[in-house]
Design a protein around this ligand. Sequence first.
Ligand code: ZN
Length: 160
Amino acid sequence: MVGRRQVLIGAALGAFGLCFGRQSAVARETFAISHSDAEWRKLLTPDQYTVLRREGTERPFSSALLKEHRKGNFACAGCDQNAFSSTTKFDSGTGWPSFWAPLKDAVGTSTDATLGMVRTEVHCSRCGGHLGHVFDDGPKPTGHRYCMNGVAMKFHPLAG
Ligand SMILES: [Zn+2]
């Protein structure tokens, strides 16, 4: 019964998108911008820290960036490197800001086998901050769906 209960708890956590405490493979890579864990805690808000540095997932429909429809760039909230353009944003209906392509060289990926699924994790190429996951059920032209955490990004509108 314990095993079944753990499975149910795991499923519930997955459904609510909560994933705390995971030390990622990404942490073993080196990035142009790096800080100690204590420094990241000071630099980021608690929600940003949970997502960017602990691969947490924000609650769906919680990000103001879902309704951001201006032209501009969505940058990593950890280091401010632009990661996605508004020109590739689409409404996936999932409750997370979604894009069909990242900006060139802006993100890296790793394999995430937590929560009983194998997913492709997406992180900032400059600071390694976790941004979200990418799936193969996106729209044309790429067929990719970059499912991002709005709290892990900042929007920079284009002037004019
Ligand atoms: Zn970054």
